[in-house]
Design a protein around this ligand. Structure first.
Ligand code: SAH
Length: 271
C-alpha cells in the first residue's frame, strides 16, 4: 500500500484550511496557553498536525478533533502510540461530554484547555458552543481573523454584540498579530492570537442579559432611551432607570461596557 503524504492533500477552502507553518507563531500559541505536563488539551482542527506535534511535546494529553476525513488516517499514523487522540468529527456538533467519557476522562470545570487555529467562519459559533454547552475550560487560545479578534476585545465606545457575548462569559485579550505569510496556502486576511479566560462565576441572569443587549442594539434609532422601551414599560421608566445607573439615556449601545449591561440586567431582574 502506498502511503499518501499529508502534503499531497489539496487544502479545502470550504473547511478554512490554512495551515500554520511559522514555527515561531506555533511556539507563541503554545506559550500563550502556558501548556504544561498537567494539561489536557482539546485541539480544534489539527489539520496536518503542525500545532498538534508541538502540543504533544508539552501537554499531558491532547484530544484533537478534525472534520476532514481525508486527514484522519494520516494523523492517526503520525500520532500513533502518543499522547494524542485523533477524533473525526465536527467540533460544533460533537457531544464533548461523551468524547471525554470515551477517552475515559472525567473532566470537571476548569480542568482542560481549548487550543486551535480554527476555520475563521466558525469563530462566533464555536465560542457560543464552548460557553453554552461545554464544561468550562481553564483557558481558550485561538488564532482567528484579525478583525474578528478586534471586535471580540472591543471596549466602549466601540462595543458590539459579539464583544458583549464573549465578554459576558470571559476576559479576552489579543496577544499578537499573525501575518498571512505564516500560513499555507496564504489566506486573504491577517490573523490574531487571542487568549480567552472564562469567568469563574456567571454573574447574572443569562437569558435576560442577552434579551437586553439584543434590544439595545436593535433598530435604527439606537439611543438607549428608544430601544430599551421594549424591555421597560414606558420611555419615562426607561429614562428613570438609565439615570439611576448614571447612563445617559441619549447614549448609544456601543458606548456601554459589559459591566453597565450587567448592572442593567441585575436592576431589571430585581425590580
Ligand atoms: N491547526 C492546523 C490546521 C488549521 S486549518 C494548523 O495550524 O496547521 C483549520 C482546520 O480545521 C482544518 O484542518 C479543517 O479541516 C478543520 N476544520 C474545519 N471545520 C471544522 C469543524 N467544524 N470541526 C473540526 N475541525 C474543522
Amino acid at each position: 500500500m502506498t502511503m499518501k503524504k499529508l502534503s499531497n492533500i489539496k487544502p479545502k477552502k470550504s473547511l478554512g484550511q490554512n495551515f500554520l507553518i511559522n514555527q515561531g507563531i506555533l511556539d507563541k500559541i503554545i506559550g500563550t496557553a502556558e501548556v504544561g505536563p498537567e494539561d489536557t488539551v482539546v485541539e480544534i482542527g489539527p489539520g496536518t498536525g503542525n500545532l498538534t506535534r508541538k502540543l504533544s511535546e508539552k501537554a499531558k494529553r491532547i484530544i484533537a478533533v478534525e472534520k476532514d476525513r481525508r486527514l484522519i488516517e494520516e494523523l492517526k499514523d503520525k500520532f500513533h502510540n502518543s499522547n494524542v487522540k485523533i477524533v473525526e468529527g465536527d467540533i460544533l456538533k460533537l457531544d464533548i461530554k461523551k468524547l471525554f467519557e470515551n477517552c475515559k476522562l472525567k473532566i470537571e470545570n476548569c480542568d482542560y484547555k481549548v487550543i486551535g487555529n480554527i476555520p475563521y467562519y466558525i469563530t462566533s459559533n464555536f465560542l457560543r458552543t464552548v460557553f453554552e454547552k461545554w464544561p468550562k475550560p481553564k483557558l481558550i487560545v485561538l488564532t482567528v481573523q484579525k478583525e474578528v479578534a478586534q471586535r471580540i476585545v472591543a471596549k466602549p465606545p466601540h462595543m458590539n454584540l459579539l464583544a458583549l457575548s464573549v465578554q459576558f462569559y470571559s476576559s479576552p485579550t489579543i496577544i499578537g498579530y499573525v501575518s498571512k505569510g505564516s500560513f499555507r496556502p496564504i489566506p486573504k486576511v491577517d490573523s490574531a492570537i487571542i487568549r480567552i479566560v472564562p469567568k469563574k462565576d456567571m454573574p447574572t441572569d443569562k437569558d435576560l442579559f442577552f434579551k437586553i443587549i439584543k434590544a439595545g442594539f436593535s433598530g435604527k434609532r439606537k439611543q438607549l432611551k428608544n430601544t430599551l422601551v421594549r424591555i421597560f414599560a414606558s420611555k419615562e421608566k426607561t429614562v428613570e432607570i438609565l439615570n439611576e445607573l448614571r447612563v445617559n439615556p441619549d447614549s448609544r449601545p456601543e458606548e456601554l461596557s459589559v459591566e453597565s449591561w450587567l448592572k442593567l440586567t441585575t436592576l431589571i431582574s430585581t425590580s
